[in-house]
Write a protein that binds this ligand. Structure first.
Ligand SMILES: Cc1cc2nc3c(=O)[nH]c(=O)nc-3n(C[C@H](O)[C@H](O)[C@H](O)COP(=O)(O)O)c2cc1C
Length: 217
């Protein structure tokens, strides 16, 4: 699907067809989007839990009960559910791992480039650590950026999707042991095939007028 068609075709799916699985190639497309998502100073402060089995989805769905029960079927009936998670801390080990990966990927072409990159990235991290004191918010922004790419990518690939902030993050974190690994859940996204009960498919899109949201100078 081209960009213009995808923008108009995509919507938040409110009901999925249970038992219908997306082809592996489609999921691979989504994982590629996430893997290649941009982030500030290439910080990549994320982790993604991908549930495709009934057991995996049931584990995620433990976080969509009680006041979040309206989202439970969107987790259980989807083909795949991705929990987009952020790091709880930006550690030295993580910064070193990024730097070493950049070297393996051949990004340092001249003497001193590696050290310069490390210094520059750490200076940004320090601004967020000590001056702005907003490291968690900064990392979370990167995850939302990945969500944006993921939703647009899904639309271009013709995959139905639902982003969800309506879940209990403590329950989600405890289920796959995210906290012990230094992560916490930020947002869920389900993917699959819309069902006949997806009322949102039949509704027109609603956005504020263009002249209210754009200023051309
Ligand atoms: C970050 C985020 C969280 C959302 N959380 C939920 C949710 O928990 N459940 C749900 O049904 N829809 C959720 N939505 C869908 C929005 O309500 C929807 O994107 C918005 O109304 C615009 O409609 P559209 O996506 O169909 O264009 C969420 C969307 C975003 C971007």
């Amino acid at each position: 699907m081209d960009l213009s068609d995808a923008i108009h075709a995509r919507h938040t799916v409110k009901a999925f067809e249970s038992g219908r699985a997306l082809p592996e190639s489609a999921i691979e497309g989504l994982l590629k989007v996430l893997h290649n998502s941009p982030s500030s100073v290439n910080s990549q402060p994320w982790h993604y839990v991908v549930a495709s089995t009934p057991e995996g989805k049931a584990r995620i769905a433990k976080s969509t009960t009680g006041s979040y029960a309206y989202n439970e079927p969107k987790v259980l009936n989807a083909s795949h559910v991705i929990a987009l998670c952020m790091r709880t801390d930006i550690s030295d080990a993580h910064l070193n791992a990024i730097l070493e990966q950049e070297e393996r990927d051949g990004r340092f072409l001249i003497d001193g480039a590696k050290q310069a990159q490390d210094r520059s990235r750490r200076s940004y991290v320090d601004v967020h650590k000590y001056e702005l004191r907003d490291v968690p918010q900064w990392m979370e922004k990167q995850v939302y950026l990945a969500l944006g790419g993921l939703l647009l990518g899904a639309a271009i690939l013709g995959i139905d999707a639902t982003p969800m902030e309506g879940f209990d993050s403590r329950t989600l974190d405890l289920e796959p042991g995210l906290r012990e690994q230094g992560y916490t859940g930020v947002v869920l996204a389900s993917f699959g095939f819309r069902s006949e009960q997806d009322f949102n498919a039949k509704l027109p899109k609603s956005r504020l007028p263009r002249d209210e949201i754009f200023t051309f100078i």
